[in-house]
Design a protein around this ligand. Structure first.
Ligand SMILES: Cc1cc2nc3c(=O)[nH]c(=O)nc-3n(C[C@H](O)[C@H](O)[C@H](O)COP(=O)(O)O)c2cc1C
Length: 196
């Protein structure tokens, strides 16, 4: 079956294409919710969409704080600004963590493919001391043996963000343009043009 892309995907693809010379255009802010109900926000790297889906791929360390936050509250938001095209995408959705214990064969393959795509340097970071704990004095621990480029370390997680609403603001234009896309229960997306 051919997967029909929602309209916001072509806007996003256009922004990514026009910003392709700027590596930072692939960074966005991902917000989660702490167990106390407080917002938590950080920059992560866009790793493409999971094949035949609108699920945004992110990679992360199982020992990082966001992982326990997501286990308790899977709701998240992504905020992504493209300075070249002067447009912002805000995604509301849910996060799903794919760790080494996952037993869905497609997701196991997606996690492995994500591991195989990153550099040795990036892979080594998953063998570093636990993130967010007191700085380790022994610098040798930050220069571990280079891990296998085939089998992910157990700390390596693929994070899938499934959007159900996309708020697209284009600063270009007089007046600016803003569009809200909503995912319906039948899988279709509605489009609403709203005031900026
Ligand atoms: C440019 C940039 C890219 C980053 N990319 C990622 C990423 O892809 N995945 C990730 O887990 N952390 C990434 N980080 C680090 C996070 O911003 C954050 O410091 C780390 O994930 C710990 O967050 P947490 O304690 O909220 O879990 C990146 C930081 C910067 C500045």
């Amino acid at each position: 079956m051919v997967y029909k892309l929602p309209e916001w995907r072509s806007h996003l693809a256009g922004a990514l294409h026009r910003s392709r010379a700027k590596p930072h255009s692939r960074y966005f802010q991902l917000a989660t919710v702490s167990p106390e109900g407080l917002p938590k926000n950080r920059t992560v790297v866009f790793r493409g969409f999971l094949q035949s889906s609108n699920q945004i791929q992110i990679i992360t360390d199982s020992r990082s704080d966001k992982v326990s936050q997501i286990a308790q509250q899977p709701a998240g938001e992504i905020c992504w600004y493209f300075s070249k095209t002067r447009e912002q995408f805000r995604f509301s959705g849910n996060l799903l963590l794919i760790d080494y214990q996952n037993n869905n064969s497609e997701l196991i393959d997606a996690r492995q493919a994500a591991w195989q795509k990153i550099s040795d340097n990036a892979r080594s970071q998953f063998a570093w001391p636990k993130p967010g704990t007191t700085r380790t004095d022994n610098l040798n621990l930050f220069a571990p043996e280079i891990p296998s480029d085939q089998e992910p370390l157990s700390t390596f997680c693929l994070l899938l963000f499934t959007p159900h609403q996309v708020d697209h603001l284009q600063l270009r234009g007089e007046p600016q343009n803003r569009c809200l896309y909503h995912l319906q229960s039948n899988g279709d997306w509605t489009i609403e043009h709203i005031n900026p």
